[in-house]
Structures are given as C-alpha cells and as structure tokens.
Design a binder for this molecule. Structure first.
Ligand code: MN
Length: 499
C-alpha cells in the first residue's frame, strides 16, 4: 500500500563556457564523482541521477522542463562548481515546479596551499558561484532548501537524504485522495476546513461516500477470507479475554476482520489512500472500525477520526515521507487526552477512542474488547499497546479561514510511569518542548487541534520544509519557544500571510 514510485533526484551542476573546454571537462568529472559517492554512501533513500553541466539559458530551461515532466523525478539538486551567471537561470527556474535543493558544497575539502594558482581559483569557486546563484532565488522569491557542507561528510549526506523525504512528501501530496465515510462531528470547529482550498494548496482530493456503500463492501467479504484474517490476528496478537465469552469475543474480532478487508478493497477499488470515520455515523456497520482502522494505518493509509480529513491526509503524507526508513519507529493519528501535572513528571497522555497505529507500539500488542461510551454499536475489538519512547514530532493542520497553518511541536515520548490496567486503548505519553506549560500555551495560542499527525521518524525541519513548499504558514514549538516571541510570530505571520 505504501509503495510509491522509485523516485530519483537529478543532480545538475552549473557553470559557464568562459573557462574553456578543459575546465568544463573537470567540472563534469567532479560532479560525476560526487553523484557516484552519493549513490554508494548508503545515506540517501533515493537515487541521484547525474545530468550534463548546465551552462546556457536554453539548456537550463530545457533541463528544468524535462524534470517537470519526468514522473520519476521528485526534485533537482543543484550546485555551482564555477561561476554561472544567474540571469541564465531565470526562465528555467520560473518554469520549474518541483522541490529544489541548493547544495552549497565544493569538490575539494582543503585549500591546496602549495599548488593553488589562478587556474585553480577559477575552476573551483563554489563560494563565489553559489552566491550568485542563490541571489536569483531570493530575487524570484522562490522556495528552496539551501544546504552547506562537504559532500563526502556523512552529516551532509544524511541531510540530503532527509530533504529527499520531504521532496517526495511534496510530490506525493497531489496524489493523496481522502475518503470521507462521515461528515465532521457536529459542532466541532478545529477538524473542519475548506476542501477546495486544500485541493488548491496541497493537491488533496477529499470526497464523501455514504457509509452504507462501504458497508456493502464489508458485507460482501466471504466467511473464508474473514476466518483466515482472524487466524492471523490470533497468531499475531495476544488475546485479552478478561472474563468475556471466548466465542463471542472471536465473533467481535471477526467483525473487525470483515471491516479491514471490506474497507481496504473499497479504498483500493476507488483509489483512496486515506480515510475518515465518525463514531456517530456508522450506518449498517456493526462496530466502530477500531482494530480494522489500526491495521489499515499500519499498511500506510492515512486516518482521521470524527471526519477529520486534514489529519487523515497529514498522516498519509508523513507515512510516505518515512517510507522504507531503516529502524522506523512509527507514524500515527493521535489525540491529546489528559495531563499529568505532578511536578517533574508533567506530560500529556495520548490515545484515541480506538484508532492508534500499531507501528508506534513498543513490544507486545493485544486485542481487547470493551463497550464504547459513545455510539450505539457492539463492543468493538481494538489493538492495545504502549508506544515507544524517544523524540518525536506532532503536527496539527488548521484552517484559519483565510489560510492554513501547520503547528509543529517537538515532543519527548516517555515511558508511562505505571501500568493502566483499566485503560482499553493504545496510549503514548509525551512532554511537549520546551516544557508542558509553555508547549501547551503556545499550541493553544496557535489554535492547534486535539488531533495530531505524529511521527518518531521525521524532524520538525522536514515537516516545516514540506509546509514551506506548500506555501503555507508553519509555526514551530520547540526548545527555543518563548510565549512572548511566539505571540509576536503569530502576529507577524497574520500580516505576512494576509490574502
Ligand atoms: Mn478524536
């Protein structure tokens, strides 16, 4: 499900013909070497493709337009080996529509003190050429990432890799289609939003389907398919009967298996990658989709509860950005529930009614059944577990009426102090940075939701860069946040983003 294209990134080196063919041959040799090392280093999630040196207005324009139309190209990495007059780049850049990384590097690490002469100076002048090149982006007010450092350094390579993930999130955003199985929860504001504007800004298609249409797909699942999946659940997860009747428990689990299969078939057939449900609008479904939604999220679908299509799309985007990551710790839909205000142990217990993605689980995962306090269906089966510890990022996309704002918070996930034997849902516990008090105050001042898209595997820089490419406002709540500064930032942003 999560499989996207085998994206590639083009490596374009800039120069000019002022220095003669011998120099241009060296430029090409150097950039080929860099591409070779980048592809072999093991720090990049996607392949880099070397392109012939860009020296003229015509070739630059042609190359960027080819990058636009090449479906496998997710972005271009540019570097000025020598000086490349940046007026030559104007038309090409104006027509370019994908993410761009300006890699500000240099072929040689050290100044060759003993041999350096004017020929060397003319041939190796990134410090000079990259400034001329960078200027034109600022003049054109174009979004781009600037990364400075030595190309052979692991740290720089990892930053290129991290940017590639953001770029794929940008490219894939226009392929995200969200299926709404229910409308927004009545009277709730923060999960609402302008779907037309979302399609203009992010490329998302957000469509509604009657719940009973998807219920038909669930009802059409054969008993054989359901039984096979229930077997898989019973093999994979611990069963927490807790005094319930074994046969009835299994029947309830089978309902979720039918929902998982039926939903997945319906989503696949209609080409949707994210879904929203609502506990108050279940039509012919026997249970609120719990375990079923958790498993779909694990497979890579985006999800939002109570009609929250913005968070569903964000979860999908963040799952795409982390795709194929080694030792990934997980990405999920999440909700702020309740605080621990004990001094020194401050934090927020995170959970949802049922729907937390098992990719974030630490260790054992169990199936539990319990009545829901809301809704009017049978007791739904759900996966329960506790989440991993460590740094993570929580993001909330809100619609302010005249624009979207993405609120990005660095959080520290901690071990839950004590077992919670009576809590029938998966849970995480985190302390927002810089601390619970300032973090929560800033979040509320920014208008952030109780729902978040949450990931251990992305940084706030990656999520913020995604927002920048999308042309929307992003605010960060992190170790440096102070309320006075943050309030000013919100005020200034309200002017900067005024339409
Ligand atoms: Mn909720």
């Amino acid at each position: 499900m999560l499989k996207t294209k085998n994206y590639q990134f083009w490596f374009c080196t800039g120069s000019q013909d002022l220095y003669g063919d011998a120099c241009l041959a060296k430029v090409a040799e150097h950039s080929k070497k860099i591409v070779e090392v980048l592809n072999a280093c093991g720090n990049l999630p996607y392949e880099v493709v070397w392109k012939p040196t860009l020296i003229t207005n015509e070739l630059i324009r042609k190359t960027f337009n080819e990058a636009n139309t090449d479906e496998n190209c997710a972005g271009v990495i540019t570097w000025m080996h020598t000086f490349s007059p940046s007026k030559s780049w104007i038309l090409g850049l104006q027509e370019y529509r994908k993410p761009l990384l300006h890699l500000h590097t240099q072929f040689n690490r050290e100044i060759p003190y003993d041999t350096i002469d004017m020929d060397f100076m003319n041939e190796n002048q990134s410090a000079h050429g990259d400034r001329e090149y960078g200027h034109i982006f600022s003049r054109l007010r174009m979004e781009r990432k600037v990364l400075m450092g030595y190309w052979a350094d692991e740290d720089v390579q990892k930053k290129i890799g991290s940017w590639m993930r953001t770029a794929v999130g940008v490219i894939e955003s226009s392929h995200v289609r969200v299926m709404r199985i229910a409308d927004n929860m009545r009277n709730v504001a923060v999960t609402e939003g302008d779907k037309v504007e979302a399609q203009i800004q992010f490329g998302w298609e957000v469509d509604a389907y009657p719940v009973n249409e998807i219920t038909e797909a669930v009802d059409a699942v054969s008993k054989g398919d359901i039984d096979a999946l229930v077997e898989e659940y019973y093999d994979k997860y611990e069963i927490l009967l807790e005094g319930r009747d074994e046969k009835e428990f299994r029947e309830h689990v089978a309902v979720q298996a039918g929902i998982e299969i039926g939903f997945e078939r319906f989503l696949e057939e209609k080409n949707y990658q994210a879904i929203v449900t609502h506990f108050g609008d279940l039509g012919g479904l026997k249970q609120l989709p719990g375990l079923a939604i958790q498993r779909l999220m694990e497979k890579g679908y985006g999800f939002g509860a109570e009609g929250d299509w913005k968070t569903a799309a964000m979860v999908r985007i963040m799952k795409i950005m982390t795709q194929g990551m080694k030792d990934a710790k997980g990405t999920s839909f999440m909700e702020d529930y309740t605080y621990n205000l004990v001094p020194g142990k401050e934090g927020i217990l995170q959970a949802h009614m049922l729907e937390v993605c098992p990719t974030i689980a630490d260790g054992k995962i169990s199936i539990k059944e319990q009545p829901l306090s809301m809704g009017d269906r049978e007791d739904p089966a759900r996966l329960v577990f506790t989440a991993k510890t460590g740094p993570a990022v929580a993001a909330s996309l809100i619609d302010l009426g005249d624009r979207f704002r993405l609120i990005i918070n660095d959080v520290d996930c901690k071990e839950i102090e004590k077992p919670m034997p009576k809590l029938p849902v998966a849970a995480a516990f985190w302390t927002p940075q810089p601390n619970l008090q300032t973090g929560a105050e800033a979040w509320i001042l920014a208008g952030g939701a109780h729902h978040t898209a949450f990931s251990y595997d992305l940084t706030s820089e990656q999520v913020g860069d995604w927002a920048a490419y999308m042309g929307i406002e992003a605010v960060y709540i992190d170790k440096d946040t102070t309320i006075r500064q943050f309030k000013n930032e919100l005020l200034w942003n309200s002017l900067a983003y005024r339409k």
